[in-house]
Design a protein around this ligand. Structure first.
Ligand code: RAM
Length: 901
């Protein structure tokens, strides 16, 4: 049995609208047996689902490749659907049937294809209320048998579409967030089922969104001055081949609707009495509506959305409601979440129902909004009344919250059934899970995942609740590998890295946040900024993120596409200061929020030039590898050389002649080891000193954003795995589990967000949903469960399974859906025996390192005889097996003397 399944185009399942001219196709092999490898494939592409008109046929291609096959020879036309199917041959002489048929559909492939004009609200509308979203509408006639309807739309703002009274699509906060003048995503909707014979109407609700958000924290003015505007094109294809196009132009009308205000940070005010019933239907009378303004924003900036849209991903019910000591009625959702509340109520017309959202309660148990800073996170709904009650959910806003304060509801109206927490985030494919015998670690894992859910709304953000919610580059690079275990983040980062590139400065500098909304707004940020871009470890996202996507998904295209941006960042650093090989100038965030900082400072004690130079070396080493992978040999040699010089300069500057680091912090030792900046005796001494430093702090970490992601890797990788386990299991302050024992359901920004005495870290900056310290997830997957990509065979074509039992765990299990299929690594330890279950997907192989045993007393042949095992090598760390695809079970006696590694 062999089959090609899980067909994907550009990572996506039947995408509609993609605008790449060379789409890439991937599939998975499903088969029984061990050691299955694809030998050949055939792809067919057709314009009819039954393949009666094959447009392109690869023929039988001898190749193992089953991911990212570029369809270079296929001629691509705009707004067209392409069906594709695959069949495969394997190394066991088996031939599959044709796979099920999948498709992709193209969008607009060139700006000149757009016919529509941008429409903005008329000045009269804006005079009446500049905060309100605007409704736009037009009507059109349909006559004849319709074959297909597609809507192509976007906005400077955020929009929802309606056709004949029904919502179009299931996406929220479209078109997402980019640097709008340079890149603006459009969406494509299938609307065949919404069209009627006769008069139809299409309507847009347009809010301000990220385009005109006021970031109170950074500036008093919204980023954009020109009006928010919308662009829509409806293509109706009839059975007889006729095509009718309806698009935004001067004939459209606009008006106010029931939404008085809807703003990302502040929430929404909705007066249901002002609903314009039937406004997006053909029969509606719009004679009182205003004419729209046509604005000339052009079409050159339009791109199809590369990442998955924001959708409703979960719905949760409150676990209880209660009255706080100060008398507030509060719902407890049981989970710090991001999205909004949907609620039903039966109230008389004009009653105002208010929902205010907060993450935590204060030490007295009262509703606490201090850490939201200026963000209001408040919904005001004004009832229209009526016998049947009403239901509401907001539009162009989202809240980060666990607790909801209710006002305007009578006690008997607070029925938990009437309230639902609706969780919104980018709809990425779920890929990984981790579980182990320790419930606190499982809760930590849960919190990491909810940190991702709360902060992956079209861009990776630092926090989803206060008046900030920005795409901090540093946070993204710290968390990306953990995120890549939880979800397929390739489309998400492909999009964001292009955003980074277009916002990069001419000299290669990288803004602190992407999209860059902070430049020129530094006066109110509260930081001591000498510059408004290019901090080490933050700007390095330009290099680390594409590399991480390449490692996890074998995506060479992202390296090709980002190469100039990666190189520009390294060249920016190289041009700083007087010494080409050290980075000791400029502003850096340093080891942000580390515990060894001076009182009242956010910046840890590790010297910033130490961190900057260490990251300079690390990123340069990645750039050198990247250049070689994409065939730029000369560049590669140049950057390898640069890398060696940086390491040399680093050692000269920061290592004493007798091999001691000049900077005596945990983070300094972690970076020197993780980035391999020390070797030989110096390395040994650095490891030794790190363990002393940990002992001095009673085996608690002092690291901040920069050191924490690597701390446990360094320990586990240098013979101190027991110490790594000790750190991760600490439950007292400061530790990962401290917050878990304090009831956290997401990861906190500060180790001491909530202090031991019940008080909070200052209101100034205290997010309870922040993924940076969630980077420990990476260690749980890669070290405890042991699933590791191999950079020589990226995307899990070949990989390493090297679990490290320990951390006082009895068992652990991780699953990861790679592009090839599911990888499983689990182990179970009982007294002196250990068992492993491992699954390797078809068309891949793995090196499996079985720990806690050596060749001693074990007959290599026992392993050799297992079907699928290709080689067996005893090593210092255990037995190393190279295995082909299939499921494996290993069980053996632990060699006691190896237990303490
Ligand atoms: C704050 C947040 C964010 C961090 C910056 C430097 O805004 O903690 O995560 O990256 O500071």
């Amino acid at each position: 049995m062999i089959e090609a399944v899980h067909l994907r185009c550009e990572y996506l399942d039947n995408p509609i609208g993609i605008d790449t001219l060379v789409p890439r196709i991937s599939w998975q092999l499903q088969s029984d047996g061990h050691g299955v490898i694809q030998q050949a494939y055939q792809i067919q592409v057709a314009s009819e689902e039954n393949f009666s008109d094959v447009l392109w046929d690869s023929g039988k291609v001898q190749s193992e490749q089953s991911v990212h096959i570029e369809l270079k020879e296929l001629e691509i036309y705009p707004r067209s659907r392409y069906y594709y199917r695959v069949r495969i041959w394997d190394n066991k002489n088996r031939e599959s049937n044709w796979s099920n048929t999948s498709y992709w559909e193209t969008g607009m492939l060139h700006p000149s294809e757009w016919k529509s004009k941008w429409v903005a609200a008329s000045p009269k509308f804006l005079e009446a209320s500049s905060a309100a979203p605007c409704l736009f509408r037009t009507t059109f006639d349909v006559s004849g048998k319709v074959k297909k309807v597609r809507i192509y739309s976007t906005a400077y703002g955020v929009y929802e579409l309606e056709l004949n009274g029904k919502r179009v699509g299931d996406q929220f906060l479209t078109p997402g967030w980019t640097s709008y003048e340079k890149r603006l995503q459009y969406q494509v909707y299938e609307a065949d089922h919404l069209i009627d014979e006769g008069t139809n109407a299409i309507g847009i609700v347009l809010g301000h969104g990220w385009y005109q958000q006021d970031i109170p924290w950074a500036s008093n003015q919204s980023n954009q001055k020109v009006p928010f505007a919308a662009l829509v094109e409806v293509y109706i294809e009839y059975e007889d081949g006729k095509v009718q196009v309806i698009h935004t132009d001067e004939n459209w009308k606009c008006s106010h609707g029931p939404i008085i205000m809807s703003e990302l940070y502040h929430g929404e005010i909705y007066d249901a009495r002002d609903e314009k019933t039937g406004w997006s239907q053909g029969t509606y009378d719009d004679k009182d509506w205003f004419d729209v303004e046509v604005v000339s924003y052009g079409h050159n900036q339009l791109i199809y959305q590369q990442n998955e849209p924001i959708r409703i991903m979960n719905e949760i019910k409150p676990i209880k409601w209660f009255t706080t000591p100060s008398g507030e009625r509060v719902l407890d959702m049981g989970q710090n979440m991001v999205g909004w509340m949907r609620f039903s109520v039966k109230a008389e017309a004009g009653r105002v129902l208010t929902l205010q959202h907060a993450e935590v309660l204060d030490s007295e148990g009262n509703f606490y909004i201090g850490n939201l800073r200026a963000a209001q996170q408040t919904i005001n709904y004004i009832s229209k009344g009526g016998p049947n009650g009403e239901q509401f959910q907001p539009h162009f806003t989202f809240q980060g919250f666990r607790y909801v304060k209710l006002e305007g509801f009578n006690e008997d109206e607070i029925n938990l059934e009437n309230f639902t927490g609706v969780v919104l985030h980018s709809d990425m494919e779920e890929t990984g899970s981790f579980q182990c015998s320790n419930p606190l670690i499982n809760q930590l894992q849960h919190n990491i995942e909810w940190g991702l859910k709360g902060n992956f709304l079209d861009v990776p953000t630092d926090c989803p609740q206060r008046d900030e919610r920005l795409g901090w580059t540093g946070d993204a690079q710290m968390f990306i590998q953990s995120a890549a275990f939880l979800r397929n983040v390739a489309p998400f980062f492909t999009k964001w890295l292009k955003d980074l590139e277009v916002d990069q400065l001419e000299d290669g500098g990288v803004p602190f946040v992407i999209p860059d909304v902070l430049s020129n707004k530094k006066q109110n940020t509260g930081y001591d900024l000498n510059s408004d871009h290019s901090s080490s470890a933050w700007g390095d996202a330009a290099v680390i993120c594409p590399w991480t996507i390449y490692l996890n998904y074998g995506d060479k295209r992202i390296l090709e596409e980002q190469y100039e941006s990666m190189r520009a960042w390294i060249e920016y650093i190289r041009s700083q200061g007087e010494n080409e090989y050290l980075w000791n100038t400029g502003f850096h965030f340093g080891d942000w929020l580390a515990l060894d900082s001076k009182p009242d400072s956010y910046v840890g004690a590790t010297d910033r030039d130490f961190i900057a130079t260490a990251f300079y070396a690390y990123s340069t080493s990645i750039l050198a590898k990247t250049a070689s992978i994409i065939g730029r040999g000369e560049d590669s040699a140049f950057y390898q050389d640069l890398y060696r010089n940086i390491v040399h300069a680093f050692q000269h500057e920061f290592v004493t002649p007798s091999g001691r680091l000049a900077v005596q912090t945990q983070t300094a030792h972690v970076l020197a080891l993780h980035f391999e900046l020390v070797s030989g005796q110096t390395k040994k001494r650095t490891v030794q000193r790190l363990s002393e430093l940990l002992k001095e702090s009673d085996y608690h970490l002092t690291t901040g954003f920069v050191g924490t992601p690597y701390l446990n890797f360094v320990l586990s990788g240098n013979g101190l795995h027991d110490l790594a386990g000790k750190l991760v299991l600490q439950t007292d302050y400061p530790s990962w589990l401290y917050q878990v024992t304090k009831g956290a359901t997401t990861i906190w920004e500060h180790w001491d967000g909530l202090k031991e005495d019940g008080s909070f870290w200052s209101d100034e900056m205290n997010s309870f949903n922040h993924y940076a310290y969630g980077s420990i997830g990476d260690w749980l997957y890669r070290v405890i469960a042991g699933i590791n990509p191999d950079e020589n065979h990226p995307g899990y074509k070949h990989f390493r399974i090297a679990p490290k039992p320990g951390a006082q765990l009895e068992w652990a299990e991780a699953k990861l859906h790679t592009l090839y299929g599911m990888v499983v690594s689990s182990w179970y330890m009982e007294e002196d025996r250990i068992e492993f279950d491992v699954i390797i997907p078809s068309n891949t192989s793995a090196t499996v390192l079985l720990p806690l045993t050596s060749s001693k007393g074990l007959d290599g042949e026992t392993f050799q005889l297992i079907e699928g095992v290709k080689s067996v090598t005893p090593t210092d760390e255990g037995i190393s097996l190279v295995v082909g695809s299939g499921s494996y079970y290993f069980s053996y006696q632990i060699e006691k003397e190896l237990l303490k590694v």
